[in-house]
Design a protein around this ligand. Structure first.
Ligand SMILES: Cc1ncc(COP(=O)(O)O)c(C=O)c1O
Length: 434
Protein backbone atom coordinates (compact mmCIF):
# COMPACT_ATOMS: atom_id res chain seq x y z
CA UNK A 1 0.00 0.00 0.00
CA UNK A 2 1.46 3.36 -0.99
CA UNK A 3 1.92 6.20 1.46
CA UNK A 4 -1.12 8.04 0.10
CA UNK A 5 -3.48 5.10 0.27
CA UNK A 6 -2.34 4.22 3.79
CA UNK A 7 -2.79 7.79 4.94
CA UNK A 8 -6.12 8.26 3.20
CA UNK A 9 -7.47 5.11 4.92
CA UNK A 10 -6.46 6.56 8.30
CA UNK A 11 -7.86 10.03 7.69
CA UNK A 12 -11.11 8.67 6.25
CA UNK A 13 -11.84 6.48 9.27
CA UNK A 14 -10.90 9.31 11.66
CA UNK A 15 -13.27 11.75 10.06
CA UNK A 16 -16.01 9.16 9.87
CA UNK A 17 -15.76 8.56 13.63
CA UNK A 18 -15.93 12.30 14.31
CA UNK A 19 -18.93 12.52 12.12
CA UNK A 20 -20.85 9.75 13.91
CA UNK A 21 -20.15 11.27 17.33
CA UNK A 22 -21.57 14.60 16.18
CA UNK A 23 -24.88 12.83 15.53
CA UNK A 24 -25.35 14.73 12.27
CA UNK A 25 -27.11 12.02 10.25
CA UNK A 26 -27.25 13.88 6.93
CA UNK A 27 -23.78 15.42 7.03
CA UNK A 28 -21.99 15.76 3.66
CA UNK A 29 -19.43 13.18 4.76
CA UNK A 30 -22.08 10.56 5.44
CA UNK A 31 -23.67 11.22 2.09
CA UNK A 32 -20.26 10.93 0.42
CA UNK A 33 -19.52 7.65 2.18
CA UNK A 34 -22.88 6.31 1.05
CA UNK A 35 -22.24 7.31 -2.55
CA UNK A 36 -18.70 5.87 -2.71
CA UNK A 37 -19.98 2.50 -1.47
CA UNK A 38 -21.75 2.02 -4.80
CA UNK A 39 -19.69 -0.02 -7.21
CA UNK A 40 -19.17 2.28 -10.18
CA UNK A 41 -17.86 0.64 -13.33
CA UNK A 42 -14.88 2.61 -14.57
CA UNK A 43 -13.68 2.90 -18.13
CA UNK A 44 -9.91 2.87 -18.69
CA UNK A 45 -9.63 6.66 -18.92
CA UNK A 46 -11.60 7.13 -15.70
CA UNK A 47 -9.57 4.46 -13.96
CA UNK A 48 -6.39 6.16 -15.09
CA UNK A 49 -7.40 9.58 -13.83
CA UNK A 50 -8.69 8.24 -10.52
CA UNK A 51 -5.64 6.04 -9.91
CA UNK A 52 -3.86 9.32 -9.20
CA UNK A 53 -4.67 10.01 -5.54
CA UNK A 54 -5.69 13.29 -3.95
CA UNK A 55 -3.23 14.23 -1.17
CA UNK A 56 -4.97 13.15 2.05
CA UNK A 57 -3.03 15.65 4.19
CA UNK A 58 -4.03 18.81 2.32
CA UNK A 59 -6.49 17.79 -0.38
CA UNK A 60 -4.00 18.90 -3.05
CA UNK A 61 -5.31 17.64 -6.38
CA UNK A 62 -1.75 17.36 -7.70
CA UNK A 63 0.54 14.74 -6.12
CA UNK A 64 3.04 16.50 -3.81
CA UNK A 65 6.75 16.35 -4.61
CA UNK A 66 8.66 15.04 -1.59
CA UNK A 67 12.05 16.55 -2.38
CA UNK A 68 13.96 14.98 0.50
CA UNK A 69 16.90 12.62 0.91
CA UNK A 70 16.02 11.33 4.37
CA UNK A 71 13.27 11.15 7.02
CA UNK A 72 13.44 11.95 10.73
CA UNK A 73 12.98 8.90 12.95
CA UNK A 74 11.55 8.79 16.50
CA UNK A 75 14.04 6.11 17.54
CA UNK A 76 16.37 3.89 15.46
CA UNK A 77 14.09 1.93 13.14
CA UNK A 78 10.93 3.66 14.42
CA UNK A 79 9.68 5.78 11.54
CA UNK A 80 6.67 6.48 9.35
CA UNK A 81 7.63 3.80 6.82
CA UNK A 82 10.40 5.87 5.25
CA UNK A 83 14.04 5.98 6.26
CA UNK A 84 16.12 6.94 3.20
CA UNK A 85 14.96 8.24 -0.17
CA UNK A 86 16.87 5.72 -2.31
CA UNK A 87 14.79 3.01 -0.66
CA UNK A 88 11.45 4.83 -0.69
CA UNK A 89 9.98 8.17 -1.63
CA UNK A 90 6.24 8.99 -1.45
CA UNK A 91 6.15 10.74 -4.86
CA UNK A 92 8.00 7.88 -6.55
CA UNK A 93 5.87 5.38 -4.60
CA UNK A 94 2.71 6.99 -5.96
CA UNK A 95 3.99 6.72 -9.54
CA UNK A 96 4.94 3.08 -8.90
CA UNK A 97 1.47 2.30 -7.64
CA UNK A 98 -0.19 4.13 -10.59
CA UNK A 99 1.82 2.25 -13.22
CA UNK A 100 1.14 -1.07 -11.48
CA UNK A 101 -2.60 -0.33 -11.71
CA UNK A 102 -2.38 0.79 -15.35
CA UNK A 103 -0.51 -2.34 -16.39
CA UNK A 104 -2.73 -4.54 -14.18
CA UNK A 105 0.32 -5.79 -12.27
CA UNK A 106 1.22 -6.30 -8.61
CA UNK A 107 4.30 -4.09 -8.23
CA UNK A 108 5.66 -1.06 -10.08
CA UNK A 109 9.28 0.06 -9.74
CA UNK A 110 10.61 3.38 -11.10
CA UNK A 111 14.13 3.97 -12.45
CA UNK A 112 16.24 6.84 -13.68
CA UNK A 113 15.90 5.73 -17.33
CA UNK A 114 14.34 3.05 -19.52
CA UNK A 115 17.73 1.40 -19.80
CA UNK A 116 18.12 1.31 -16.02
CA UNK A 117 14.73 -0.47 -15.91
CA UNK A 118 15.93 -3.02 -18.51
CA UNK A 119 19.20 -3.40 -16.56
CA UNK A 120 17.28 -4.23 -13.37
CA UNK A 121 15.36 -7.02 -15.15
CA UNK A 122 18.57 -8.55 -16.54
CA UNK A 123 19.99 -8.54 -12.99
CA UNK A 124 17.38 -11.17 -12.10
CA UNK A 125 19.58 -13.60 -14.08
CA UNK A 126 22.90 -15.25 -13.25
CA UNK A 127 26.00 -16.35 -15.16
CA UNK A 128 25.19 -19.18 -17.56
CA UNK A 129 21.60 -18.02 -18.18
CA UNK A 130 20.45 -17.18 -21.70
CA UNK A 131 18.13 -14.45 -22.97
CA UNK A 132 16.08 -15.10 -26.07
CA UNK A 133 15.43 -11.65 -27.55
CA UNK A 134 13.54 -10.15 -30.47
CA UNK A 135 15.99 -9.51 -33.32
CA UNK A 136 14.83 -5.96 -34.07
CA UNK A 137 15.62 -4.85 -30.53
CA UNK A 138 16.16 -1.24 -29.38
CA UNK A 139 19.86 -0.45 -29.97
CA UNK A 140 20.51 0.52 -26.35
CA UNK A 141 19.18 -2.82 -25.08
CA UNK A 142 21.41 -4.62 -27.60
CA UNK A 143 24.41 -2.60 -26.36
CA UNK A 144 23.60 -3.38 -22.71
CA UNK A 145 23.13 -7.11 -23.35
CA UNK A 146 26.24 -7.42 -25.52
CA UNK A 147 28.78 -5.08 -24.01
CA UNK A 148 27.88 -5.30 -20.33
CA UNK A 149 26.21 -8.64 -19.64
CA UNK A 150 28.01 -11.00 -22.04
CA UNK A 151 31.19 -10.48 -20.06
CA UNK A 152 29.33 -11.62 -16.94
CA UNK A 153 28.39 -14.87 -18.68
CA UNK A 154 24.82 -14.04 -19.76
CA UNK A 155 24.33 -14.82 -23.45
CA UNK A 156 21.68 -13.55 -25.84
CA UNK A 157 20.12 -15.33 -28.78
CA UNK A 158 18.29 -13.01 -31.21
CA UNK A 159 15.36 -14.45 -33.17
CA UNK A 160 12.53 -13.17 -35.34
CA UNK A 161 9.74 -13.38 -32.74
CA UNK A 162 7.02 -12.31 -35.18
CA UNK A 163 6.51 -16.04 -35.66
CA UNK A 164 6.01 -17.71 -32.25
CA UNK A 165 7.32 -20.98 -33.69
CA UNK A 166 10.79 -19.41 -34.02
CA UNK A 167 10.73 -18.77 -30.26
CA UNK A 168 9.71 -22.36 -29.55
CA UNK A 169 12.53 -23.68 -31.76
CA UNK A 170 15.21 -21.39 -30.31
CA UNK A 171 14.55 -22.07 -26.63
CA UNK A 172 17.23 -24.07 -24.78
CA UNK A 173 17.32 -25.45 -21.22
CA UNK A 174 19.41 -22.38 -20.28
CA UNK A 175 16.86 -19.84 -21.59
CA UNK A 176 15.64 -18.03 -18.52
CA UNK A 177 14.23 -14.84 -20.04
CA UNK A 178 12.36 -14.10 -23.27
CA UNK A 179 12.64 -10.44 -24.26
CA UNK A 180 10.02 -8.94 -26.54
CA UNK A 181 9.41 -5.48 -27.83
CA UNK A 182 6.08 -5.23 -29.57
CA UNK A 183 5.79 -3.16 -31.66
CA UNK A 184 9.56 -2.99 -32.15
CA UNK A 185 11.76 0.03 -32.52
CA UNK A 186 12.09 0.97 -35.38
CA UNK A 187 10.48 -1.51 -37.82
CA UNK A 188 7.20 -1.91 -35.90
CA UNK A 189 7.34 -5.70 -35.89
CA UNK A 190 4.53 -7.23 -33.85
CA UNK A 191 4.82 -10.45 -31.85
CA UNK A 192 2.00 -12.52 -30.41
CA UNK A 193 2.39 -11.95 -26.65
CA UNK A 194 -0.18 -14.56 -25.62
CA UNK A 195 1.32 -17.32 -27.76
CA UNK A 196 4.88 -16.56 -26.62
CA UNK A 197 3.75 -16.36 -22.97
CA UNK A 198 2.48 -19.93 -23.26
CA UNK A 199 5.86 -21.06 -24.61
CA UNK A 200 7.63 -19.22 -21.77
CA UNK A 201 5.41 -20.86 -19.14
CA UNK A 202 5.93 -24.32 -20.62
CA UNK A 203 9.71 -23.82 -20.35
CA UNK A 204 9.62 -22.12 -16.92
CA UNK A 205 11.24 -18.95 -18.15
CA UNK A 206 10.21 -15.36 -17.65
CA UNK A 207 8.62 -13.26 -20.38
CA UNK A 208 9.38 -9.54 -20.32
CA UNK A 209 7.71 -7.16 -22.78
CA UNK A 210 9.08 -3.70 -23.52
CA UNK A 211 5.73 -1.89 -23.84
CA UNK A 212 7.22 1.53 -24.60
CA UNK A 213 5.72 1.92 -28.08
CA UNK A 214 2.18 0.82 -27.24
CA UNK A 215 1.88 2.16 -23.66
CA UNK A 216 -0.73 0.68 -21.30
CA UNK A 217 -3.35 2.84 -23.01
CA UNK A 218 -3.21 0.41 -25.95
CA UNK A 219 -1.75 -2.84 -24.68
CA UNK A 220 -1.40 -4.58 -21.31
CA UNK A 221 1.05 -7.49 -21.73
CA UNK A 222 0.59 -8.79 -18.18
CA UNK A 223 -3.06 -9.57 -18.98
CA UNK A 224 -1.79 -11.61 -21.95
CA UNK A 225 0.51 -13.77 -19.82
CA UNK A 226 3.78 -11.78 -19.58
CA UNK A 227 5.60 -11.75 -16.24
CA UNK A 228 7.20 -8.33 -16.54
CA UNK A 229 6.67 -5.13 -18.47
CA UNK A 230 9.30 -2.43 -18.94
CA UNK A 231 8.86 1.12 -20.16
CA UNK A 232 11.01 3.92 -21.29
CA UNK A 233 8.70 6.41 -19.55
CA UNK A 234 10.75 9.03 -21.38
CA UNK A 235 8.35 8.38 -24.28
CA UNK A 236 4.52 8.20 -24.20
CA UNK A 237 4.08 7.98 -20.42
CA UNK A 238 6.02 11.22 -19.85
CA UNK A 239 4.70 12.43 -23.18
CA UNK A 240 6.25 15.90 -23.32
CA UNK A 241 9.94 15.26 -24.19
CA UNK A 242 11.05 16.75 -20.88
CA UNK A 243 12.39 13.86 -18.81
CA UNK A 244 14.25 10.53 -18.82
CA UNK A 245 12.60 7.73 -16.81
CA UNK A 246 12.06 3.98 -16.76
CA UNK A 247 9.52 1.64 -15.18
CA UNK A 248 9.19 -2.06 -14.48
CA UNK A 249 5.89 -3.71 -13.57
CA UNK A 250 5.63 -7.31 -12.41
CA UNK A 251 2.59 -9.51 -12.49
CA UNK A 252 3.44 -11.24 -9.22
CA UNK A 253 4.32 -9.62 -5.91
CA UNK A 254 7.26 -11.94 -5.24
CA UNK A 255 8.99 -11.07 -8.51
CA UNK A 256 8.25 -7.38 -7.85
CA UNK A 257 10.01 -7.61 -4.50
CA UNK A 258 13.09 -9.00 -6.22
CA UNK A 259 13.15 -6.08 -8.68
CA UNK A 260 12.51 -3.64 -5.83
CA UNK A 261 15.53 -5.16 -4.02
CA UNK A 262 17.65 -4.61 -7.16
CA UNK A 263 16.36 -1.01 -7.41
CA UNK A 264 17.58 -0.27 -3.88
CA UNK A 265 20.77 -2.34 -4.12
CA UNK A 266 21.89 -0.88 -7.46
CA UNK A 267 20.44 2.56 -6.80
CA UNK A 268 19.22 3.71 -10.24
CA UNK A 269 16.08 5.32 -8.79
CA UNK A 270 13.86 7.98 -10.35
CA UNK A 271 14.03 11.41 -8.68
CA UNK A 272 10.90 12.91 -7.02
CA UNK A 273 10.46 15.74 -9.53
CA UNK A 274 10.81 13.39 -12.51
CA UNK A 275 8.36 10.99 -10.84
CA UNK A 276 5.92 13.87 -10.61
CA UNK A 277 6.47 14.75 -14.29
CA UNK A 278 5.64 11.16 -15.30
CA UNK A 279 2.47 11.25 -13.16
CA UNK A 280 1.50 14.51 -14.84
CA UNK A 281 2.12 12.96 -18.26
CA UNK A 282 0.05 9.89 -17.39
CA UNK A 283 -2.95 12.11 -16.59
CA UNK A 284 -3.45 12.76 -20.32
CA UNK A 285 -2.06 9.48 -21.65
CA UNK A 286 -5.31 8.10 -23.10
CA UNK A 287 -6.21 11.31 -24.86
CA UNK A 288 -2.76 11.85 -26.32
CA UNK A 289 -2.36 8.25 -27.45
CA UNK A 290 -5.73 8.30 -29.23
CA UNK A 291 -4.66 11.34 -31.25
CA UNK A 292 -1.16 9.95 -31.92
CA UNK A 293 -2.85 6.84 -33.37
CA UNK A 294 -5.20 8.87 -35.60
CA UNK A 295 -2.41 11.06 -36.94
CA UNK A 296 -0.01 8.15 -37.46
CA UNK A 297 -2.62 6.16 -39.40
CA UNK A 298 -3.17 9.11 -41.78
CA UNK A 299 0.59 9.66 -42.23
CA UNK A 300 1.15 5.93 -42.90
CA UNK A 301 -1.63 5.89 -45.51
CA UNK A 302 -0.13 8.98 -47.21
CA UNK A 303 3.36 7.41 -47.33
CA UNK A 304 1.95 4.15 -48.70
CA UNK A 305 0.82 5.95 -51.85
CA UNK A 306 3.95 8.08 -52.36
CA UNK A 307 6.04 7.14 -55.45
CA UNK A 308 9.41 7.72 -53.71
CA UNK A 309 8.63 5.38 -50.81
CA UNK A 310 9.60 1.71 -50.99
CA UNK A 311 8.05 0.29 -47.80
CA UNK A 312 5.92 1.61 -44.95
CA UNK A 313 5.93 -0.07 -41.53
CA UNK A 314 2.86 0.58 -39.42
CA UNK A 315 0.77 -2.09 -37.65
CA UNK A 316 -2.41 -0.20 -38.57
CA UNK A 317 -1.92 -0.90 -42.29
CA UNK A 318 -3.78 -3.95 -43.53
CA UNK A 319 -0.70 -5.16 -45.40
CA UNK A 320 1.41 -5.13 -42.19
CA UNK A 321 2.74 -8.66 -41.65
CA UNK A 322 1.09 -9.03 -38.23
CA UNK A 323 -1.83 -6.60 -38.57
CA UNK A 324 -4.28 -9.20 -37.25
CA UNK A 325 -2.14 -9.94 -34.16
CA UNK A 326 -1.81 -6.20 -33.49
CA UNK A 327 -5.59 -5.86 -33.74
CA UNK A 328 -6.10 -8.78 -31.37
CA UNK A 329 -3.76 -7.64 -28.61
CA UNK A 330 -3.92 -3.84 -28.70
CA UNK A 331 -6.59 -1.17 -28.81
CA UNK A 332 -4.72 0.90 -31.40
CA UNK A 333 -1.59 0.91 -33.49
CA UNK A 334 0.46 3.69 -31.91
CA UNK A 335 2.15 6.87 -33.07
CA UNK A 336 5.31 5.55 -34.74
CA UNK A 337 5.62 5.04 -38.49
CA UNK A 338 8.77 3.95 -40.32
CA UNK A 339 9.47 3.91 -44.03
CA UNK A 340 12.26 3.24 -46.51
CA UNK A 341 13.06 5.18 -49.65
CA UNK A 342 13.24 3.75 -53.16
CA UNK A 343 16.71 5.30 -53.20
CA UNK A 344 17.85 3.07 -50.32
CA UNK A 345 20.98 4.96 -49.30
CA UNK A 346 22.11 6.67 -46.11
CA UNK A 347 22.71 9.84 -48.19
CA UNK A 348 19.08 10.00 -49.38
CA UNK A 349 17.80 9.41 -45.84
CA UNK A 350 20.17 12.06 -44.45
CA UNK A 351 18.88 14.60 -46.99
CA UNK A 352 15.26 13.75 -46.09
CA UNK A 353 15.63 13.94 -42.31
CA UNK A 354 17.52 17.22 -42.62
CA UNK A 355 14.82 18.77 -44.81
CA UNK A 356 11.55 18.64 -42.85
CA UNK A 357 10.14 21.61 -40.94
CA UNK A 358 7.58 20.34 -38.44
CA UNK A 359 9.19 16.92 -37.96
CA UNK A 360 12.27 17.85 -35.93
CA UNK A 361 15.40 15.75 -36.33
CA UNK A 362 15.97 14.25 -32.89
CA UNK A 363 16.37 10.98 -31.02
CA UNK A 364 13.43 9.86 -28.87
CA UNK A 365 9.71 9.66 -29.54
CA UNK A 366 6.29 9.82 -27.95
CA UNK A 367 6.15 13.56 -27.28
CA UNK A 368 3.68 16.22 -28.32
CA UNK A 369 5.92 17.54 -31.11
CA UNK A 370 6.61 15.36 -34.15
CA UNK A 371 10.16 14.02 -34.44
CA UNK A 372 12.02 12.00 -37.02
CA UNK A 373 15.29 10.14 -37.00
CA UNK A 374 17.56 7.98 -39.10
CA UNK A 375 18.11 4.83 -36.99
CA UNK A 376 21.16 3.60 -38.97
CA UNK A 377 23.09 6.70 -37.91
CA UNK A 378 21.31 7.47 -34.64
CA UNK A 379 19.36 5.11 -32.34
CA UNK A 380 20.71 1.90 -33.91
CA UNK A 381 24.28 2.82 -34.71
CA UNK A 382 25.55 0.53 -31.93
CA UNK A 383 24.27 -2.49 -33.90
CA UNK A 384 26.71 -3.77 -36.58
CA UNK A 385 25.47 -2.86 -40.11
CA UNK A 386 24.93 -6.48 -41.28
CA UNK A 387 23.00 -7.37 -38.12
CA UNK A 388 20.99 -4.16 -38.41
CA UNK A 389 20.09 -4.81 -42.08
CA UNK A 390 19.25 -8.45 -41.34
CA UNK A 391 16.78 -7.25 -38.69
CA UNK A 392 15.07 -5.07 -41.33
CA UNK A 393 16.65 -1.72 -40.46
CA UNK A 394 17.59 -0.72 -44.00
CA UNK A 395 20.10 2.05 -44.77
CA UNK A 396 17.36 4.49 -45.78
CA UNK A 397 14.88 3.59 -43.01
CA UNK A 398 13.39 6.72 -41.45
CA UNK A 399 11.40 6.64 -38.21
CA UNK A 400 8.66 9.17 -37.57
CA UNK A 401 7.26 9.90 -34.14
CA UNK A 402 3.96 11.41 -35.21
CA UNK A 403 3.00 14.16 -32.77
CA UNK A 404 -0.17 16.04 -31.98
CA UNK A 405 -0.03 18.77 -34.62
CA UNK A 406 -2.80 18.99 -37.26
CA UNK A 407 -2.19 15.94 -39.43
CA UNK A 408 -2.71 17.93 -42.67
CA UNK A 409 0.30 20.08 -41.74
CA UNK A 410 2.43 17.03 -41.03
CA UNK A 411 1.55 15.45 -44.37
CA UNK A 412 2.26 18.75 -46.17
CA UNK A 413 5.67 18.83 -44.47
CA UNK A 414 6.54 15.34 -45.72
CA UNK A 415 5.18 16.12 -49.20
CA UNK A 416 7.25 19.30 -49.56
CA UNK A 417 10.39 17.45 -48.39
CA UNK A 418 9.95 14.78 -51.08
CA UNK A 419 9.35 17.49 -53.71
CA UNK A 420 12.35 19.59 -52.68
CA UNK A 421 14.64 16.55 -52.70
CA UNK A 422 13.53 15.72 -56.24
CA UNK A 423 14.09 19.33 -57.40
CA UNK A 424 17.55 19.45 -55.78
CA UNK A 425 18.49 16.21 -57.54
CA UNK A 426 17.24 17.59 -60.89
CA UNK A 427 19.21 20.84 -60.39
CA UNK A 428 22.31 18.81 -59.59
CA UNK A 429 21.97 16.67 -62.76
CA UNK A 430 21.42 19.82 -64.88
CA UNK A 431 24.44 21.60 -63.43
CA UNK A 432 26.69 18.53 -63.93
CA UNK A 433 25.61 18.04 -67.56
CA UNK A 434 25.83 21.81 -68.38
C1 LIG B 1 11.72 0.61 -26.97
C2 LIG B 1 12.68 1.31 -26.07
N1 LIG B 1 13.01 0.75 -24.90
C3 LIG B 1 13.89 1.33 -24.05
C4 LIG B 1 14.49 2.54 -24.36
C5 LIG B 1 15.47 3.17 -23.40
O1 LIG B 1 14.87 4.18 -22.69
P1 LIG B 1 15.64 5.45 -22.08
O2 LIG B 1 16.13 6.25 -23.23
O3 LIG B 1 14.59 6.11 -21.27
O4 LIG B 1 16.76 4.91 -21.26
C6 LIG B 1 14.16 3.17 -25.57
C7 LIG B 1 14.77 4.46 -25.92
O5 LIG B 1 14.63 4.95 -27.02
C8 LIG B 1 13.23 2.53 -26.44
O6 LIG B 1 12.88 3.09 -27.61
Amino acid sequence: MSFFYALSAVTKSDSRNKNFSSGNILSPLLIRNFITKKNLIMSNATQLIHSIPVDPLTGAISVPIYQTSTYVQEAPGVNKGYDYARSNNPTRGTLESIIAQLEKGAVGIAFGSGLAAIDAVVKLLKAGDEILAVDDIYGGAFRLFTHIYEKFGITVNYVDTTNAENVFNAITPNTKLIWLETPTNPTLKVSDIEAIAKIAKAHSCLLCVDNTFASPALQQPLTLGADLVVHSATKYLGGHSDLIAGLVVTKEKELGEKVKFIQNASGAILAPFDSWLVIRGIETLHLRVQQHCRNAQAVAEFLETHPDVANVFYPGLKKHFNHETAKKQSKGFGGIVSFTLKNDTEEAATAFVSGTQYFKLAESLGGVKSLLCHPAQMTHKSIPAEKRRAAGVADSLIRLSVGLEEVEDLIADLEQTFTRLKETKKDLVTSISA
